[in-house]
Write a protein that binds this ligand. Structure first.
Ligand code: SF4
Ligand code: SF4
Length: 137
């Protein structure tokens, strides 16, 4: 390996290790909004009709844990509410909830780069672990 390539490789590893990363900031307010604003895909298609939902339930029994809560105005997708959500906004299956629920909200860099945000009013937000001005110090 030439010296120049080696240098570029080290620079790449340095940047990868020490450059800022997207992180989730804040705290859950237990409002339950994310548990009642869920959208589902059947394959690559957003579920937009009750018929699609019924078919998806036959393929995946876990879908029976949800019921239709409304329609997303931006894309016409049906929204779903989890049947374990309690009226006070807390999770009725907290200790046995899925990894999906435990890890929400997820850091998806492309989504954040395109101004993707957490749900309105959510206690979490996306940010970076090191602000630009800190690099200038
Ligand atoms: S299992 Fe709990 S955290 Fe997960 S969607 Fe249902 S109510 Fe929300
Ligand atoms: S929308 Fe945000 S604050 Fe509300 S329950 Fe979900 S994660 Fe927590």
């Amino acid at each position: 390996m030439k010296l120049k390539e080696l240098f570029q490789h080290i620079k790449f590893l340095y940047n990868k290790t020490f450059s800022s990363k997207y992180v989730v900031k804040g705290k859950c307010k237990a409002c339950g909004k994310c548990c009642r604003s869920i959208v589902f895909y059947d394959g690559e298609d957003l579920i937009k009709t009750e018929e699609q939902f019924e078919k998806a339930k036959l393929k995946n029994k876990r879908m029976n844990m949800f019921e239709i809560s409304g329609v997303d105005e931006t894309d016409g997708a049906l929204t779903f509410v989890c049947k374990s959500l309690r009226p006070d906004g807390k999770c009725g299956a907290y200790w046995i909830r899925s990894m999906f629920c435990r890890e929400y909200p997820f850091v998806v860099p492309d989504f954040i780069r395109n101004n993707g945000q957490t749900l309105e009013g959510c206690g979490y937000s996306f940010g970076v672990d090191k602000e630009f001005k800190e690099y200038l110090k």
